[in-house]
Design a binder for this molecule. Sequence first.
Ligand code: HAM
Length: 457
Amino acid sequence: MALQAPVGTSDLLPEESLFWDKFKKTAFEVFGRYGYLPIETPLIERTDLFVRGIGEATDVVSKEMYTAISGENLKTLIGGGHIKSSSRLSLRPEGTAGVVRAAVQHDLVPQGAAPAKLVYAGPMFRAERPQQGRKRQFNQVGIECLGAEAPSVDAEGIIMLMRFFETIGIPYQSMHLLINSMGCEHCRPVFREAVHDFLAAHVDELCDDCKHRMETNPLRAFDCKNEHCLALMASAPRITDYLCEECKEHYETVKSYLNAADITYIEDTTLVRGLDYYTRTVFEVQVPEGTGAQTAIGGGGRYDKLVEEVGGRPTPGFGFALGYERCVLALQAAGLEFLKPQRCEIFIACVDDSTRAAAFKMVQGLRDVGLKAELDHQGRSLKSQFKLADKLGARLVATLGPEEVESGIITVRNMVNHRERKVDWAKMKALLLHFGGKPFEGTVATAAEIFGTFDEE
Ligand code: HAM
C-alpha cells in the first residue's frame, strides 16, 4: 500500500493552501491595524521552555508533547547515557512560550517602551487522539502583547479577534464568546485550595484522572469530560467568589469595554483553559454548530507571570491563538467552498514542433512581467492544446505557426468572448521591456495591458 500521511496530520492541497495563505494575510492585515507586527520563531524549542512556561502538570506538556531526539542522542539514550537538558528539544505545542522566549532573548520590551505587539502563524504539534477538528499537527494564528497590564489590552484583543472571525466570514451569531478571570498569584492559590478541598471531599465520585488532578492541578477538574465529574464540578467553588479587589476591578473593566463595543459574551466561571500560565482574564470563542466535538475556534488570556518564568524581567502579557482547521469547519458550516485557483492567463499553442522554441521564449517573457503563461510540455496536437488551455482556465490563447514566427504577427483568441485580435510581437516585446519584469515586486503587467481588452473588436 502506498504510504499515507501520519495519523492526525493532513495535506493542504493547492486550493486549500491558497485559502490558508489568504486566511493568514487577512489575519495579519486585521491585526496590523491594531499595531501587531509579524514574528516567526522555531518549530522546535528547548523542552524545558515548555515545561517551565506551559506547566509540567498540564496535559499539553505531560502527555502531548513531541520530543525530538537526534540520531546521536538516541544512541546515547539507548546506550544508557544521559543527554543534557539543553539538547532536549520539543516540537512546539503552542506559540506563546516561543514568542515570549524570543522577546526576552532579543529584549523586545525594554523598560518604559510601548508594548511589543506580535503576530504569528504556523503549525503546532500535540500528540492528541485525532478526531474532527483535533489534529496532531494543526495551524494556529496567534498574537501576543507584552508590556501592558491595562484591561483595555484584554478587551482590545478580544474585540480584534471577533472582528477577524467576522471578516473571514464566520457569522457573528454562530459564535459564543466565553470569558472568566483566573485571578492572580494572591487570590488564585486560595481558590485552588478550595477546589482541592472540594475534590478531596468527593474523592470517591471522581474519575481516576481527576483523582490525580486533585493533587497535581485541581483546577483542571473543571475541564474533565467525564459525566459524573462534570455534574459534580457544577457545584464546586467559583473563582468569582475568590477574586481579590484588583482582579475583580480588572475583570469588571474588561467587561465594561466589551459592553461599550457591543460585544456579547457569556461569563463562564468553569472556564479554566488547559495551559498553566494564565492570570486574570481568560476567554474562548466556540462555534457549537458544524465543528463536531471540538467547538473552540480560538482562545487565550492574560499571563502576567510568564515572562519572569522564562527568565525575563517582570512583564505583563496578553494573547490568544485561533485554530485554522476549526475555523475552516465553522466556515464550511456557513457555506465556504475553496475557490478553484487560476493556473494560467495566457496559453501559447504551437501549430507544430518548429515553433516550440519561439513559444518557449515568449512564455518566459510573459512570465517575467508577472503574467501566468503556459505552453504544452507533452507534445499535444493543436486541438488538445486548446482543450488544455481551457482546463487550465486560460482566458487567452495565442497560436504560433511558422507564419506567425516569420511575420511576427500573432493571433490571440479570447476564450471567453471568442474574439480574436492580431498582436505585433515586436510591439509586445517593447511593452514587455517597458514593464521590465521586476521579480519580488509582484505583478507588474496585466494581460489586458499587454494584449488589450478585446472590447473594441
Ligand atoms: P489553545 O486554546 O491551546 O491556546 O489553542 C488555541 C486554539 O488552537 C484552540 O482554540 C483551537 O482552535 C486550536 N487547537 C488547539 N489544539 C488543537 C488541535 N489538536 N487540533 C486542532 N486545533 C487545535 C493556545 O495555544 C495558547 N497559546 C493561546 C494563547 C496565546 N494564550 C495566550 N497567548
